[in-house]
Design a protein around this ligand. Sequence first.
Ligand code: SF4
Length: 168
Amino acid sequence: MNLERVRHKARLLIGRERLVAPAFTYRIENDVAAVACTIGPALEQRVAELFRAGERLLALELDALGNERLFCLAKRALAAIERETRRRGQHVGDERYPGDPGIGIEEQPRVLEMANAAAKGIRSTPGGMLSPVKSMSFVVPLGTTLAKSRGGPCRRCPSRERCASAKR
Ligand code: SF4
């Protein structure tokens, strides 16, 4: 099966089986916003099923589409924070993710707590992995003199090269 057909099939699966349940939450404390977002557990469970059934290509494509949806969701969350920050007369800086320089992976639980991630069913394992797997957390600095780089979450999105909407 060619890749386009597999991609199409994966998209149909997402719609038909409602594999994506996007949700995000954020809270602003002082000059930092903490964010958590997820597309829920259904897609990763379906990917695992497909692998077990030997449908490797479809599983990989479904997984890739899940990543796209998650990064796009992070963009939506960031846009909501930007709007709120502008109303406060401030700007946002570049977002940073646990594991980035200056914010260790061990900070994951603190970021989740600050964002009230549990309200969306997002948790951290002791090793700093997120559950559901297709979840993400990050912090955004806020201030009157800050400016963000172009791109936001698109800079890290694995689908950036093939995405027509990528902000470069
Ligand atoms: S590169 Fe495309 S798929 Fe990825 S976050 Fe940006 S707009 Fe979404």
